[in-house]
Design a protein around this ligand. Structure first.
Ligand SMILES: [Fe+2]
Length: 457
């Protein structure tokens, strides 16, 4: 009996060792089964504000390269209304400044948008709370935001990380969990916003409802935008062939400030970070505008001023899920060597509807003919994070490649969001919050050490 026990123990140890050798952790967490369905239009989270033609779908984003400017956007449903933003410092309510918004509309098949306003507030002071007021008289609305601290190497700053959000009950949980975290100062949004294209004729009313749904966070703190495949809205069967039409009308970004020629790829600096946003769904081959721009932008990164170099791109360069597997391979072939050479700290991706964190690996030695096709650990390589887990109508991607490849550190098929707490030039605390526990539970966390200032872990 004792020898049998010993044999069983030895077998268990071998099994544990084998699982560890294969790679990281595949979480055993089992999600409660419930369907991924959109909240109905009548839901309170989609409710339009009271008052005739009241501004709705309010959101803000960074308006320049270094964080001294904010773009305020909103929609008035019935008529243009006031295009003024009145704003001022919270501690000086009597001194209000006004700025004028530009107004645009668009048609998408049988849908006509409301009046979409975009207003850039310039020359703001760093690290300052501002109030802003939009709309006319009895239907005017007031919001506030805090500008980021001046760009500098040891400036602490906390980002929320959200991808593939959609507008289901799960999406609502994700947003609520993030919103209830007082630490989050700005959101890095990893693409796939409304999933309006899931509906017949790409029902653009779902773009409007998504704008109202996210307002409770996006009107008060900057969301940095990145486009995913669900922003393309390409529907030649109904004559809609202009890519990214609703997205680009609704979500402006400061692309010209970084010398980009398209809102789909651009860069900003914020606090101690240099953030590069790329487009998986625009040309990125050699000589293309995106390729040329990225090459130039990487030369502008100064790690003594912005130690943290973060790339956001919707389709992952690494993941171990069967869903969308290798869709990001083209961009990996083109840009991975630049990421490694430039010691990018983190590459944020979504698209795959689950959560995964990679080891620091590089596959840049591989050139098709040399057979070196296995990613190897590299201290120069970024950590790739897959956060396509916002909770959209398409549901979870639950089938993983087995056994877990060695480059995968942690994976779990659940909805949630991430937070990145940058402490100083060397340390950042990263955590992933699973939705299903009913509270903002941390299911995966790790300290990231800066690749430039503290390259060994
Ligand atoms: Fe996607």
């Amino acid at each position: 009996m004792n020898s049998m026990k010993a044999q069983l123990m030895a077998l268990a140890l071998i099994l544990i060792f084998t699982l560890r050798c294969n790679g990281g952790i595949t979480s055993s967490f089992t999600r409660k089964p419930h369907p991924s369905i959109d909240m109905p239009f009548g839901s309170d989270v989609f409710k339009a504000p009271p008052g005739f033609n009241a501004p709705q779908q309010v959101h803000i984003t960074q308006g320049d390269y270094e964080g001294k400017s904010v773009i305020v956007s909103w929609v008035t449903p019935k008529k243009t209304g006031s295009n003024l933003v009145l704003y001022g410092k919270a501690n000086d309510k009597h001194k209000l400044i006004s700025a004028l918004a530009k107004v645009t509309t668009y048609k998408y098949y049988n849908y006509t948008s409301g009046f979409i306003h975009h207003c850039t507030l310039n020359d703001l002071e760093y690290n300052t709370k501002y109030f802003y007021k939009i709309g006319s008289e009895d239907s005017s609305r007031q919001f506030s935001f805090i500008t980021p601290p001046e760009v500098g190497p040891d400036v602490p700053y906390t980002f929320g990380l959200i991808g593939d959000l959609g507008q289901t009950y799960d999406s609502n949980q994700t947003l609520e969990h993030y919103h209830s975290n007082p630490k989050g100062q700005a959101v890095l949004f990893i693409g796939d916003l409304s999933y309006a294209d899931h509906y017949p004729l790409h029902d653009n009313r779902r773009w409007d409802s998504w704008g109202r749904f996210t307002e409770r966070s996006a009107a008060y703190q900057t969301w940095i935008w990145c486009a995913g495949n669900h922003e393309m809205d390409f529907a030649p069967e109904i004559g809609e062939t202009r890519l990214f039409k609703p997205y680009m009308h609704r979500y402006p970004v400061p692309y010209k400030a970084s010398g980009s020629t398209s809102p789909l790829w651009y860069a900003i600096k914020r606090a101690s970070t240099h953030i590069i946003v790329l487009s998986s769904y625009s040309a990125f081959g050699t000589y293309t505008p995106q390729y040329e721009w990225l090459q130039t932008e990487l030369t502008k990164v100064d790690r003594t001023k912005t130690p943290w170099l973060i790339v956001i791109v919707h389709s992952p360069l690494y993941n171990t899920n069967n869903y969308h597997y290798m869709e990001g391979e083209g961009m990996r072939v083109m840009f991975e060597s630049w990421f490694v050479e430039n010691k990018v700290d983190i590459v944020l991706s979504g698209h795959v509807h689950s959560y995964e964190r990679m080891e620091r690996v590089s596959n840049i030695a591989y050139n098709i003919s040399n057979k070196k096709c296995t990613p190897v650990k590299s201290e120069d390589a970024p950590v790739y994070l897959n956060l396509g887990d916002g909770g959209n109508i398409e549901g979870l991607a639950a089938e993983y490649i087995q056994p877990q490849p060695s480059y995968s550190a942690f994976r779990e098929s659940s909805f949630g969001h991430g937070t990145l707490e940058i402490k100083n030039r060397t340390h950042a605390f990263y955590s992933w919050h699973r939705n299903d526990d009913g509270v903002r539970t941390v299911a995966d966390s790790v300290w990231f050490y800066n690749r430039y200032h503290r390259p060994s872990e």
